[in-house]
Ligand binder design. Structure first.
Ligand code: M6R
Length: 609
């Protein structure tokens, strides 16, 4: 969602702010703005649309100064427009600020402030915050921020520039992420780590209701009552180039191509391949407490939820435990009563998804043990969960999740395998067999990536499809859901996932001459069943593409096209089968000329409800 940057130091602020905003553009935005102290006044420039628009304004009318804040806005309250773009200020022109989050009681506050004489110019909830802090300001920024914080309901990450104290940037957060760091030339704020990497790798994650005051000399931290606190920093060892596109046309393609390495790196954290065993101390279960796990619930949003669906299969098959997977935004309001011995798994690439955080906190409040599967060290979910199983995907910039899905599924598989191993549900030789095959998966993935031209060719013929159905059974049904999401989010083609056996109960009515149906058949024991379902749609005019696990000669009769993944054990097959599906979505989107890395209306990190 919105991106925030800030800088104060010895260099010109505007280029640093713009570079940071470019790096955060992947989060999704529809307008952008900066405010810089020019030595006499706070100079503000903002514009609707792409960052390029703001950039050309700054080229025509440059702003000079060494402290400033910047913002990319993803509209929530008020349409995307110049007026609603951040920064926003107060009527007395004492301060300007940028905001990420949603102020839930903004109308009540706005009415109160209007009565006090504040004149509002935008439709945003953010302007209410600027006016509120302005109203409370009596010459001490910290006190005004701390007082305002007590009146604000909802979520916020704020970066504030005060006219009376222009070389300091004040920032404060509640339920919305923000990192700060001190580099060679000054202090920086950003909504996300990639925008910091060029300046420092030692970053501090802001906690809830904490205030940071950045100055050219350093960063000081305060609690919600404006009392000084100490905070440590976290070293980030992500490769700087990992957050750059390099020679690839799109981040999505780069990230698909990184999957074999991301998979291997993640697996190596949990598996000792040399010895052929799982690294027992990397999992959150001791032999003694594994039997205490009575039930597992997995939550996540979007792709992370889909990885959770694979996790559900893994835990029930390998650990023989009752498992449910839920969408976090539903689960948080489900009035669910946890059972003794139940564990909540939270799956999240960013670790900042609002609904997943809320579901996690609900479980924690109920005394339930929480285990996160997360990609970002220091993120809210990684900090607050009782245990974290990290994925090692590196930064994922494209809005469409690819390598994060794969690594989340890998971690869930390994966690289930470990639990099954210590509960005695998976025999030692079966564990070794899994690990032996797991080591071969990156090479199989690489083969699929190397042979992607066939998928590109197929897409070049099919990209005008209006509807695509993905069908499969069991694990293939879970995989179909992710394949359908990927296609719709990047190519805007309507796509649906359906349990293959469920089609005849209604949805088959939608099949007409030329409808594209993709049948996923990685589960050999279900192949004949899915083949019958493919035949049912084929005879009704559908164009059928099947994705098979190794050669399956019997399938060819039921479809026009077959893509084959290298033959792989059924539980591990999704790691290979997802790759052609991601490539298919990518090429369809490219053919249609879509904005592949930043699809319309979407944000990378959904930090509001
Ligand atoms: O950061 P998270 O994994 O919590 O994000 C969850 C979803 O917003 C995310 O997976 C989304 O569905 C992706 N854009 C899909 O590609």
């Amino acid at each position: 969602m919105c991106g925030i940057v800030g800088y104060t130091g010895s260099k010109e602020a505007a280029p640093i702010l713009m570079e940071g905003l470019e790096t955060l553009a992947y989060r999704g935005y529809d307008s952008a703005g900066v405010a810089v102290w020019d030595g006499e006044k706070i100079e503000m420039k903002k514009e609707k649309g792409q960052l390029a628009n703001l950039k050309s304004i700054l080229e025509r009318e440059p702003v000079h100064g060494t402290s400033g804040i910047g913002h990319t806005r993803w509209a929530t309250h008020g349409e995307p427009s110049y007026i609603n773009s951040h920064p926003h200020g107060d009527t007395k022109k004492q301060l300007v600020l940028v905001h990420n989050g949603i102020i839930e009681n903004y109308l009540k506050l706005k009415n109160m402030l209007v009565e006090k004489g504040c004149v509002f110019v935008s439709d945003t909830d953010t302007e209410v915050v600027a006016q509120l802090i302005g109203d409370l300001y009596r010459g001490d920024p910290l006190t005004a921020i701390s007082d305002a914080m007590r009146l604000l309901e909802g979520s916020f990450a704020l970066a504030i520039l005060f006219r009376d104290d222009p070389y300091r940037i004040y920032c404060v957060c509640k339920d919305s992420p923000m990192v700060v760091g001190y580099g060679r030339d000054g202090a920086h704020i950003a909504s996300d780590i990639p925008a910091m990497l060029a300046y420092t790798r030692d970053v501090t994650f802001m906690g809830d209701k904490q205030i940071a005051v950045l100055s050219p000399e350093g960063i000081a931290f305060y609690n919600e009552f404006a009392a000084p606190i100490d905070k440590g920093s976290t070293h980030i060892d992500w490769d700087l180039d990992a957050a750059k596109k390099g020679s690839y046309e799109h981040f999505m393609m780069k990230e698909i191509c990184e999957e074999p390495v991301a998979f291997r790196k993640t697996a190596e954290q949990y598996v000792n391949f040399r010895r052929g065993c799982l690294k027992a101390d990397c999992f959150p279960w001791a032999d003694s407490d594994a039997e205490d796990v009575k039930r597992i619930r997995i939550i996540g949003c979007g792709t992370a939820y889909h990885a959770g669906l694979l996790g559900k299969k893994y835990f029930s098959e390998l650990a023989r435990i009752p498992v449910e997977a839920d969408i976090a935004s539903e689960f948080r309001y489900a009035d669910y009563e946890f059972e003794p011995g139940e564990i909540l798994f939270i799956i999240s690439q960013s670790g900042e998804t609002a609904d997943s955080i809320a579901a996690m906190r609900m479980a924690k409040q109920a005394g339930v043990r929480t285990i996160a599967v997360c990609n970002v060290i220091g993120s809210t979910i990684a900090r607050e969960a009782d245990d974290v199983l990290f994925t090692y995907a590196g930064p994922e910039i494209a809005v469409a999740a690819t390598k994060s899905y794969l690594t989340q599924a890998a971690v869930l598989f390994l966690a289930a395998l470990r639990l099954g191993e210590i509960r005695g549900r998976v025999a030692p030789d079966r564990v070794s067999a899994f690990l032996t095959e797991l080591a071969e998966i990156p090479a199989r993935m690489q083969k699929l990536i190397d042979e992607r031209e066939a998928i590109q060719f197929f897409s070049s013929r099919e990209f005008s499809a209006k509807h695509v159905f993905f069908i499969g059974r069991g694990i293939d049904n879970a995989l179909s859901m992710e394949a359908a999401l990927k296609l719709k989010e990047v190519s805007y083609i309507h796509s649906e996932a359906y349990a293959a056996g469920e089609l005849k109960h209604g949805t088959i009515a939608l099949i007409e001459e030329g409808t594209l149906v993709v049948g996923l058949i990685t589960q050999k024991h279900l192949a004949a069943k899915t083949a019958s379902n493919l035949e049912e749609v084929r005879v009704r005019g559908a164009k059928v593409l099947a994705v098979t696990n190794g050669e399956m000669p019997d399938i060819a009769d039921h479809c026009q096209k077959v893509w084959t993944i290298p033959e792989t054990g059924e539980l591990l097959a999704p790691f290979c089968a997802i790759i052609p599906m991601q490539l298919f979505a990518y090429y369809m989107a490219v053919q249609k000329g879509c904005s592949v890395d930043k699809p319309r209306n979407l944000a990378k990190s959904v930090t509001v409800e």
